[in-house]
Design a protein around this ligand. Structure first.
Ligand SMILES: C[S@@+](CC[C@H](N)C(=O)[O-])C[C@H]1O[C@@H](n2cnc3c(N)ncnc32)[C@H](O)[C@@H]1O
Length: 234
């Protein structure tokens, strides 16, 4: 297995490790999320979708939809929604929550979706898991219509030194411990380490711009521990 100095898997090894990990943690994924964020994860998803200004005539593709949290909220707007995910166990949990959800198994870098069908692409807490972000941006751009919106929710690390210290205490120490007790130790050790895969916002914006996005902006959530990123396809 090819490794970075951080010990995190890369390329095809990463894809397999990530899929197996989410297959393993799927049954308790929602429970752990609610506990480690004290329920804020759902508020952040609602905020993401509010910022995307969903309308009933929208066609939304939620990439890496997991157990369907974003889809279930997005559907309340009347929009036509489709969820895509690599992990069949995560999709299975989404289906168990609501068997009328439109779900399909697939890779973010090779979406099983036709060109220009989506007016909105969303992606929640998944960027860190992709093998190559530029390949994913170009897929998002391919499936979006001109003028279509991209709305991303992702974890982040606070910039302020003191807040960052307390955040690290929680995110790098308590979260893996809690996740280990409730679900799977390895997976919740991977969670804080996987932030190393995330480029800084300047590089992220550069990549999005290169992939044909404009109006790129970012909103910081909860003292910098999460972020929303919005962009529009040219
Ligand atoms: C942290 S979960 C987020 C799930 C959901 N979006 C949410 O808001 O809770 C990350 C999801 O990304 C999916 N995933 C990881 N790599 C993927 C890929 N290459 N293509 C599609 N889905 C992927 C995983 O299976 C998992 O369901």
């Amino acid at each position: 297995m090819q490794k970075r100095p951080t010990g995190l898997p890369e390329t095809n090894a990463k894809r397999a490790v990530v899929r197996e990990m989410f297959d393993r943690i799927a049954p308790r994924y929602d429970l752990v999320n609610r506990i480690i964020t004290a329920g804020m994860d759902q508020q952040w998803r609602r905020r993401l979708l509010k910022g995307a200004e969903l309308r009933p005539d929208d066609c939304l593709v939620d990439v890496a939809c997991g157990t369907g949290d974003l889809l279930l909220i997005a559907r309340q707007s009347g929009a036509n929604c489709l969820g895509v995910d690599l992990s069949r166990a995560m999709l299975g949990c989404a289906f168990c929550r609501d068997d009328s959800l439109n779900l399909i198994s697939g890779d973010a870098a090779n979406l099983p979706v036709a060109d220009k069908v989506a007016s909105i692409v969303t992606c929640g807490f998944a960027l860190r898991n992709f093998v190559s972000l530029p390949s994913v941006w170009s897929e998002f751009s391919r499936v979006l219509r001109a003028g279509g919106k991209l709305a991303i929710l992702e974890v982040d690390r606070p910039k302020n030194t003191l807040i960052r210290w307390f955040h690290s205490l929680y995110f790098d120490g308590i979260v893996p411990a809690l996740g280990g007790v409730i679900s799977d130790r390895e997976a919740y050790r991977y969670l804080p380490r996987s932030t190393k895969y995330l480029p800084g916002s300047r590089e992220l914006f550069r990549q999005l711009h290169q992939a044909g996005f404009t109006d790129i902006h970012r909103e910081v959530l909860f003292l910098g521990s999460a972020q929303l990123i919005y962009a529009r396809k040219v």
